[in-house]
Design a protein around this ligand. Structure first.
Ligand SMILES: O=C(CO)COP(=O)(O)O
Length: 246
């Protein structure tokens, strides 16, 4: 399987930041892993011209419907039209800020498949849930409810992002990451059989150049979903290099 270094720019980035993509294409356009940047939707089309198929692009959300009276929303087909090949769905910030449920995420994932996009489906426990010892219950429920029955290794990537590790500089221990990633692989295998072996499982939450190599060595970690450190080409480039070396 080809590993995946994915960057989530969240609500950051203006036209001035297109230079970051130029640098990534120049320095990592032929990386040994897939590279995906998910910028604000406003930057997809201009970035697509620069990325030139060397770097994949993705949205950060899409509506479950294909079109219609949904002011402010964006459809999967629109993301595809602007140059995206993927879309992040069910990020914890969307679950918290917009009340997205597992069923919403599953419906959006189906819309992504319909448009020909890869769904990067995010799951992860809060700090209170981890402290209560319910991490595997929570992530298991999210996996069951957010991932459609028609998920395949080609159309779906799962990102484990513990909420308490996002933007905090805190990361789980390597043993904690391994526990959840092994659990995700086993859970997906029970549901999808052989297909589950090819589904890429990303870790996300305070990944940076200094911890990338050790995280990428953890069992069943097939790449990363990177927030803050994806905004600077030098930092994200170092993470791409670490993943390429695995
Ligand atoms: O939420 C994340 C990626 O989707 C992780 O963000 P940070 O890498 O900034 O912790």
């Amino acid at each position: 399987m080809r590993k995946l270094a994915a960057g989530n720019w969240k609500m950051n980035g203006l036209a001035a930041n297109l230079a970051e993509i130029e640098t990534l294409v120049a320095e990592h356009g032929d990386a040994a892993c897939d590279v995906l940047i998910c910028p604000p939707a406003t930057l997809l089309a201009p970035m697509a011209a620069t990325a030139a198929g060397k770097i994949e692009l993705g949205g950060q959300d899409c509506h479950a419907k294909t079109s219609g009276a949904h002011t402010g929303d964006i459809s999967a087909a629109m993301l595809k039209d602007a140059g995206a090949t993927s879309v992040i769905l069910g990020h914890s910030e969307r679950r918290a800020d917009h009340g997205e449920s597992d069923a919403d995420v599953a419906a959006k994932s189906l819309a992504a498949y319909e448009a020909g996009l890869i769904a990067v489906i995010c799951i992860g426990e809060t700090e209170a849930e981890r402290d209560a010892g319910t991490t595997l219950d929570v992530t298991g429920t999210q996996l069951a409810g957010s991932v459609p029955d028609t998920a395949t290794a080609a159309n779906t990537v799962i990102a484990y992002e513990p909420v308490w590790a996002i933007g905090t500089g805190r990361t789980p221990t390597l043993e904690q990451i391994a526990e959840v990633h092994d659990f995700m692989r086993d859970t997906l295998a029970k549901r999808f059989g052989e297909e589950a072996k090819g589904m890429r499982l990303l870790y996300g939450g305070s990944v940076k150049p200094s911890n990338a190599t050790e995280i990428f060595a953890v069992s069943n970690v097939d790449g990363a979903l990177v927030g803050g450190a994806s905004l600077k080409a030098a930092d994200f480039g170092a993470i791409i290099s670490a993943l390429s070396a695995t």
